[in-house]
Design a binder for this molecule. Structure first.
Ligand SMILES: [Zn+2]
Length: 266
């Protein structure tokens, strides 16, 4: 069994049981870039939210004004691809959010520090990227707490506020745990499925075709590796994501978009 995983992969593994935030957002219809955006219609197939959870649902959008969008990068840090993403973001003076996996932070703590030093936000993406639906509450809490601890320790800063469940499976338990830790659950509205390596152009088209005011874009700068697996040339290869970013980012800027990070206060 491969351990390689990516946020959007659940659609393939679990079929219609799994919510697909990008699809749900798309079904809400296009929103004029110049006008106020509408919230995506809640996906009826979304997992039930535990009644004790304080957050109703994970955030799929940002609310930082007209033309504001957020770029998010999941499953890192990667010693190969995260620095390449950082270089492109620096070139255009864009701030992004990185939802990191605890095991990858343990292997590459210097990359987390590099991300923070560049002024980006780091969020909690669990310790081992499990499907949280399969875990008992104690294990869910351990996955989230352990990751928050290493981000705080390695980053020598405040605990992470943003939380993203692997595969977007924000279970009731996960919502309750993140709420109890003062965290803010963040999903996405644009998913070009870059983890499936569909080709850089397909990723570019996936982003540019779906982005609109308030969008949260999901990309992947890393992956959970099998033992002995290398990042380059296999399923964990994120070079297409990097190439796509290099193409779509200046186009988003030219189109007038501005870049923000998910705001836990909203
Ligand atoms: Zn992920």
């Amino acid at each position: 069994m491969t351990l390689l995983a990516a946020c959007g992969a659940a659609e393939d593994r679990a079929g219609s049981q799994t919510p697909a935030p990008a699809t749900g957002a798309a079904s809400a219809g296009p929103v004029a870039k110049s006008g106020p955006s509408t919230r995506a219609t809640p996906d009826p197939s979304a997992p039930a939210v535990h009644p004790v959870a304080t957050a109703k649902e994970p955030e799929h959008h940002v609310h930082a004004g007209d033309m504001a969008v957020a770029l998010t990068f999941d499953d890192g840090p990667s010693p190969t691809y995260t620095p390449q993403v950082l270089s492109i973001l620096h070139q255009y003076n864009v701030t992004a959010t990185f939802f990191m996996i605890g095991t990858n932070i343990e292997r590459h703590p210097e990359v987390l520090r590099q991300v923070l030093a560049a002024g980006h936000l780091v969020g909690n993406h669990t310790w081992s990227h499990p499907d949280l639906r399969a875990l008992d509450p104690a294990k869910v809490r351990e996955e989230i707490e352990r990751t928050g601890d290493i981000i705080t320790r390695v980053g020598r800063g405040a605990p992470p506020i943003l939380f993203r469940a692997p595969y977007g499976n924000f279970t009731g338990t996960a919502m309750a745990v993140s709420a109890s830790l003062g965290m803010h659950p963040v999903a996405w509205s644009v998913d070009p499925r870059d983890w499936s390596r569909p080709g850089a152009q397909a990723i570019v088209d996936g982003v540019l075709g779906a982005v609109r005011t308030e969008a949260i874009v999901l990309n992947h700068d890393g992956a959970l590796l099998d033992p002995g697996q290398t990042e380059v040339g296999g399923p964990a290869d994120r070079s297409e994501t990097v190439a796509a970013l290099r193409t779509y980012l200046p186009r988003l800027i030219d189109a007038g978009y501005e870049f923000t990070v998910p705001d836990p206060a909203r």
